[in-house]
Design a protein around this ligand. Structure first.
Ligand SMILES: Nc1ncnc2c1ncn2[C@@H]1O[C@H](COP(=O)(O)OP(=O)(O)OP(=O)(O)O)[C@@H](O)[C@H]1O
Length: 604
């Protein structure tokens, strides 16, 4: 029974999620939901932090009591009381230190676990995003979302976040005590500070925008740098080092400018706070002295009040600094959330999906149409039915749409219209756990990791033994090649496999594919020329790999097309011919006949 879903809305996402419209609170809430460890045990941390703050508040009270009731006591200094108060302060200092230590430890633990979870979610998401979405953003910038952006959040969570909350509590406690000592003086302090509170709100929005720009420029800069590192060989080969350096300079310069703008705004906010704090202390001292002269305030109360003014102004000032950290972190969170909340545009049907039964696969494309985001239609009404176990070669001019068909068959992307069916089931309904190992694409340039040959091959099937790997090499006729390598399976392949030739890298890719035991094999044949001995090995390995399974080769060589059971000719996104090689060649004037003529001319 066919399970085609012809009318499907185009749910493909082109770029990463937009979080611009989310307010600061919404971002913080979502950020906390993504890293639940950050909120775990927070009430205990907060209680400990309050204990640490209360310890600080004890000092001005003790100073006032020491001055008024100890030093300036009616019958002369009361040494006993002074000593007791000193002991109380010492106790408070010890308590404060222990509480501060515990707070920091708890914060580091919870933030490190919370942000590790966020990083893991981010990296997983990068893998779940389709190539279309990944292509919308440069790799370096994508990576910066889970590295430097998360670092910004970490900076905030580990210090500024709690300081910000404690600052609020400190302001309230200081105000309550100030009111206790002198409501008039408290009024003076608040009158001085109200304009700064209002100004801070304005600063906060501007600083927030500036830091988001900084985070974006960091992403651009990393994007430009990683591109130049990855493409170093090409850059050198074409002698375009200057132009590349210029692009990096531009990105670095844009980052420098954005960082300076953010810093200027930060410093302006901080300096405003300092000016207001200084002015407040002067006003409190002036008005306080007048009040003391009129007997409405004792000397001890005035001194205690000035301590409290400091306790009040200090968090207001640091609040500006911490608010910047908050904005910086929110900007980081915004970018990470933008990544994590982007729906996977090629979703795994998971529980509701079906498994692909074992055995050679029947492949059907029904009215398949495809266009890359924002681009023209590159595949038009493709209809194809491939018999299980057959060997098919897809040929066509460059840009005709062959690779695109391959990407649709392996579900790296979904068609815009029509459906791809494997054994009669729409690929969109097949679970990834079944689809991924059963349908394998051997790309033109398989990616090799900087590890041994064995580890690179094992990557396909982690549990495979060394004997099984050796057997795989032998079965594909590659035993002699392996024996010729300096350290056999232990040979290091270098970064991206650069110690091997392009042809040898293909051999490794074929062994990898073989170990997965796919039922449908897709081979994107490399266009790069390889030496004749390796060419023979590749062909032999391919033949053995293809036996007993359905295989589709995106062919660039005449030999591959000749060896196939059927050749499918694609021209400008349409299938224009299909049939056995000999039959197609005989159709004079056809696209395939022309291609054949040109292949034959090239090979001699
Ligand atoms: N990621 C992409 N974004 C936008 N357009 C793309 C993308 N990849 C391919 N295209 C376009 O789609 C069309 C078909 O490309 P495709 O790679 O499928 O051709 P091909 O037949 O495999 O070519 P080749 O033989 O050179 O590999 C081309 O016009 C190409 O420019």
């Amino acid at each position: 029974m066919s399970t085609v879903t012809k009318e499907r809305p185009d749910t493909r996402t082109r770029s990463l999620g937009d979080t611009e419209s989310m307010g600061t609170w919404a971002i913080l809430r979502r950020g906390l939901a993504l890293s639940p460890e950050l909120g775990r045990g927070f009430s205990i941390t907060l209680a400990l932090a309050l204990v640490a703050t209360l310890g600080q508040v004890l000092v001005p009270i003790a100073v006032q009591q020491t001055t008024d009731k100890g030093i300036l006591a009616a019958g002369g200094p009361d040494v006993g009381l002074v000593l007791r108060l000193v002991l109380v302060v010492a106790g408070a200092v010890v308590l404060t230190s222990v509480a501060s230590y515990a707070v920091n430890l708890r914060l580091f633990r919870s933030s490190e676990s919370g942000l590790a979870t966020l990083r893991i979610k981010g990296f997983r998401q990068i893998h779940d995003l389709s190539m279309l979405t990944q292509n919308a953003e440069r790799r370096g910038s994508l990576v910066s979302r889970v590295t430097s952006d998360v670092d910004q959040i970490s900076k905030f969570v580990q210090s500024s976040g709690l300081t910000l909350i404690i600052s609020g509590a400190q302001i309230l406690i200081a105000t309550a005590l100030m009111l206790f000592y002198s409501p008039e003086l408290t009024g003076v302090v608040w009158i001085c500070f109200v304009p700064l509170f209002l100004l801070l709100r304005k600063f906060q929005a501007r600083i927030g925008r500036a830091y988001l720009a900084v985070r974006e420029r960091v992403g651009d800069m990393l994007g430009a740098i990683s591109e130049s590192v990855v493409g170093a060989t090409t850059i050198r080969a074409y002698g375009v080092e200057d132009r590349t350096a210029e692009r990096i300079d531009v990105a670095v310069e844009a980052h420098r400018r954005a960082a300076i703008t953010a810093q200027i705004r930060t410093v302006s906010a901080f300096v405003s706070g300092q000016v207001v704090a200084g002015a407040t202390t002067i006003a409190a001292l002036g008005v306080g002295t007048i009040l003391a002269a009129h007997g409405r305030l004792t000397i001890g109360e005035l001194v205690a009040f000035l301590f409290l003014v400091n306790l009040f102004t200090q968090p207001v000032q640091t609040a500006t600094e911490n608010l910047n950290e908050l904005q910086n972190a929110v900007a980081g969170w915004r970018r990470v959330i933008g990544l994590i909340d982007t729906p996977a545009d090629v979703p795994d049907p998971g529980e509701g999906g079906v498994d692909l039964p074992r055995g050679p696969v029947r492949v059907q494309l029904q009215d398949v149409g495809f266009a890359y985001p924002g681009g023209p239609t590159v595949l038009h009404d493709i209809d194809l039915d491939i018999t299980p176990g057959s060997r098919v070669a897809i040929v066509g001019e460059t840009g005709s749409g062959k690779t695109t068909i391959g990407k649709l068959l392996t579900r790296l992307m979904d068609p815009v219209s029509g459906a791809v069916l494997l054994n009669g089931v729409d690929v969109r309904r097949i679970r990834f756990s079944s689809l991924r190992p059963r349908v394998v694409l051997v790309p033109q340039e398989g990616f090799l990791f900087d590890a041994s040959l064995l580890e690179n091959v094992r990557f396909a099937r982690p549990g495979v033994t060394q004997e099984e790997v050796l057997l795989a090499f032998a079965t594909l006729g590659l035993g002699d090649w392996l024996d010729g390598l300096p350290s056999g399976l232990a040979t290091a392949v270098g970064q991206r496999g650069e110690s091997l030739s392009a042809g040898e890298r293909q051999l490794v890719a074929l062994v990898r594919a073989y170990l997965t035991e796919p039922d449908l094999l897709l081979l994107d044949e490399a266009t790069s020329a390889v030496d004749p001995a390796t060419e023979v090995r590749i062909q032999r390995a391919l033949e053995r790999l293809a036996s007993g399974r359905t295989s589709i080769a995106i062919a660039h060589r005449l030999s591959t097309a000749e060896a196939a059971d059927e050749v499918v000719v694609v021209d400008r996104g349409r299938i224009v011919q299909r049939g056995p090689h000999d039959e197609l060649v005989a159709q004079t004037g056809s696209v395939y006949a022309r291609m054949h003529a040109s292949w034959s001319a090239q090979s001699g």
